[in-house]
Design a protein. Structure first.
Ligand SMILES: NC(=O)c1ccc[n+]([C@@H]2O[C@H](COP(=O)([O-])OP(=O)(O)OC[C@H]3O[C@@H](n4cnc5c(N)ncnc54)[C@H](O)[C@@H]3O)[C@@H](O)[C@H]2O)c1
Ligand SMILES: [Zn+2]
Length: 399
């Protein structure tokens, strides 16, 4: 039977459209009593009544700011006409481990059930991208989704994952194997959190800013080059970098036409096919942003070797990442499986995660990504070899 010629007799195509709105606020310190962001975000749809919420806090954020719970309670007191903190804060172990622990999701679900959250209650999550992903996943499952207010506390989460529409946990050896598309109710980015963040995590978060600059905004790339020595210290420059990265990610989600990633393309995932694999191969010893730094240099070198990108632009990228203190090579890149670089398996896993046709973003210029549907493994192996050899002299002219 010729399926192309088939026309169903009774045609009842169901079309469902749902639009989502969520504010992303930028503030200095959302727990300061004179900062209305959090109270407004929680009560914005019904400012005439009190809103119950449960708060989940990244354990490392709490350790870095031990007065956090007292500050939060004082904040709720000041805004008691609209806020009602339900139950004690839930402290969630920070970092990638929380996404690897199925018992944590279970624990969160039980906590939300015990708190009798309804679909108009909220979960406020204060933490890094990993805690936001795990808590967001649990919040999306309860009653098929309760309101989630994200308060991202890392550079990466404020500029990238925390402002987006996804959540997820790792399972069966694969990153983000379980997860949902669930736009948050609101996001509040406060620069104050970044003052507690270890410099390693600041650097790692800036890798995503470099990434989005590479594929979308040459002017932002120039700015990062000019501010590389200052941007790793908390303050106005770092706040600017985070804000610009967030804006570029938000613009993409708003205008790409595919916020729930139904197609095979993932234009913002420059450097990510290798990065995801490297994170797993390193047993999450590498930060996501560190893996992205390596993945971007691999794909930029590939772009340069295949004639897409000039050697001068590749050099700018490697220099900027080095200036930000981000890695170019890790021993893990030498790992082989059946004589092949282990990282290569990341390509098929990336395709599988996206579904459909392999789509990888390469670089055509600083500020301009380009999608391709096949990569030559021999060229990838050459690029891997280049990564392993230190020094920028390696950016030799193309033969
Ligand atoms: N959902 C998405 O769209 C999306 C997008 C990009 C990345 N991600 C995910 O985000 C995760 C990485 O997030 P991340 O880079 O924020 O790292 P992270 O959440 O692992 O945080 C890094 C470390 O810093 C700690 N920390 C967080 N905030 C702190 C603060 N203010 N002060 C002191 N310590 C603090 C954390 O506990 C952790 O130990 C990965 O799991 C990645 O897959 C998700
Ligand atoms: Zn990323």
């Amino acid at each position: 039977m010729d399926l192309a010629a088939f026309r169903p007799a009774t045609h009842s195509m169901q079309t469902v459209s749902v639009s989502f709105d969520y504010p992303v606020l930028f503030s200095r310190d959302c727990l300061a009593s004179d900062d209305p962001s959090l109270a407004w975000a929680l009560s914005r749809l019904r400012p005439d009544r009190r809103h119950r919420f449960v708060v989940c806090i990244d354990a490392n954020v709490l350790a870095a700011r031990p007065s956090l719970v007292a500050e939060l309670e004082a904040y709720v007191q000041v805004h008691s006409s609209v806020l009602e903190l339900h139950a004690a804060p839930v402290v969630v172990p920070g970092g990638e481990d929380c996404k690897n622990d199925p018992a944590l999701v279970q624990h969160l679900l039980q906590t939300f059930a015990a708190a009798h959250l309804d679909r108009h209650s909220a979960v406020v999550c204060i933490g890094g991208g990993a805690v936001l992903d795990a808590v967001g996943y649990a919040a999306a499952l309860v009653h098929r989704g309760v309101r989630l207010v994200r308060v991202p506390t890392t550079v990466l989460a404020q500029g990238d994952g925390g402002v987006g529409v996804k959540n997820g946990v790792n399972a069966f050896g694969a990153k983000n194997f379980l997860g949902t598309f669930a736009p948050p109710f609101a996001v509040i980015n406060s620069g104050r959190w970044l003052e507690h963040l270890p410099v390693r995590d600041i650097r790692a978060g800036l890798a995503e800013a470099v990434k989005v600059a590479c594929i979308r905004d040459a002017g932002f790339f120039d700015w990062l080059e000019a501010h590389a020595s200052r941007v790793t210290t908390p303050g106005a420059d770092l706040d600017h970098a985070v804000r610009r990265a967030a804006e570029l990610h938000l613009e993409h989600i708003r205008t790409s036409g595919d916020p729930f990633e139904l197609g095979s393309a993932r234009p913002l995932d420059f450097g990510h096919w290798a990065a995801h694999k490297l994170e797993v191969l390193s047993q999450h010893g590498l930060r996501h942003g560190e893996a992205v730094s390596i993945g971007m240099q691999l794909d930029a070198r590939y772009s340069e070797r295949t004639g897409l990108l000039s050697s001068a632009q590749l050099l700018r990228l490697t220099r900027l990442l080095a200036a930000l203190g981000l890695p170019r090579h890790q021993e893990i890149l030498n790992k082989k499986i059946n004589g092949q670089p282990a990282v290569l398996a990341g390509l098929e896993e990336f395709r599988e995660h996206l579904g459909g046709e392999l789509t990888v973003t390469l670089l055509q210029d600083i500020g301009r990504g380009v999608e391709v549907h096949a990569l030559d493994t021999a060229v990838i192996e050459q690029a891997l070899h280049w990564l392993a050899t230190p020094g920028e002299v390696l950016v030799e002219p193309r033969a």
